[in-house]
Design a protein around this ligand. Sequence first.
Ligand SMILES: Cc1ncc(COP(=O)(O)O)c(C=O)c1O
Length: 453
Amino acid sequence: MKTIQIRTEVPGPKSRALLARREAAIPRGPQLVTPIFAAKSEGAWIEDVDGNRYIDFAGGIGCLNVGHRAPRVENAVREQLGKFLHLCFGVTPYESYIALAEKLNALAPIQGAKKTFFVNTGAEAVENAVKIARVHTKRPAVICFEDAFHGRTLLTMSLTSKTNPYKVGFAPFAPEIYRIPYAYCYRCSYNLTYPSCKMTCAHHLEDTFRRVVAADSVAAIIAEPVLGEGGFMAPPKEFFPILREICDKHGIVLIADEVQSGIGRTGKFFAIEHYGVEPDIITTAKSLGGGLPLAGISGKAHIMDAPIAGGLGSTFAGNPASCVAALAVIETIEKDGLLARSTALGKRFEERARSWQKKWQLIGEIRVLGGMCAIELVRNRETREPANTEAKDLAHFAYEHGVITITAGTAGNVMRILVPLIVSDEQFDEGLDVLEAGLAHVAEPKQAALSHA
Ligand SMILES: Cc1ncc(COP(=O)(O)O)c(C=O)c1O
């Protein structure tokens, strides 16, 4: 039986009624990607309040690598509910928090002693990583990248690149933040081409130290191993080794923000493992909690120990239900072979996307690192003009036909796939069939216009 079942127009009457209540009760600021209100979810599907069933290619923005209500996660949380909920780890500690820290320490691709602590959200994890780097180095500045997304709090919004909608009207931003180009090769800020560019973007850091901010003022360089919100761009293999070398030379802390790329999304537990580079600090969140809010900051023990006792923490940080859920997430990834599954899904996507690229000019670039997959849409392959309205139309077509997707990219012209890694081949293909139909719907009038020109 097909997973997708669309029984009403989308949004259906009950969703429309809830949408009206949402508009009356909730400000316009919080984002709204689809007008579909959920009633139930399981594995890789969501059912809405009108009885329509969708395949979920968004995973609540990358939070459900192990799927909706993953059985181990659900059981662990149920069991925890019967014991205790909130205590505050800082007041009355509990073992699951420690067990999870031990697990992440073991998994972090860093040699030597490591330590981890927990907060609630990805933004909080990034904030804390920066706080730790500043105490450790006794320096103020942070270098971040164009097209980065690190969150919506004052510091993380300041680290975030995309101005609209994330920064509109929210100035003044946090000080001592310096931004340089990322290795976004498809849209190189230096107009160079890899590999003849010889990684100018990474080496340019030394120039930044001369002309913008002195190296001995820089506490940290923070980078996503694969741009998330920025469009799923994975830099060439040399990029992170060069950053590592420069950080070592100047005593700068290298922070890998794995909030979106981590927890098995790319076929390795952490995306930075693809680069053979050891960061000093890694931030995690999203899929770590298997659907519950949880974020981690893991790093070299001597760096993590820099803040004084009591200098870090938060009331709900490392909530007991989230900690047992995260232990169940990691067990599921390990026991159910989800890293290999992530790689296999990436291959399956790439095959389909290549066939789309042959058919439609609209597909400028295909990006695949394990299950972190995307297509960047362009109006013209020569000019690479971002096809942002087309990406929006594709996402709209997709949900109307049973697939929940989200876009990405600073221009909003990237279609990203964050499907739960437990999706079956049949479900994944069903979802890809809808995307293919959507691409035909969006691309063919354009293609016709091009060929008549
Ligand atoms: C790379 C990255 N860092 C940080 C964040 C912020 O996480 P949160 O929304 O949980 O605060 C996100 C969220 O999308 C992200 O993708």
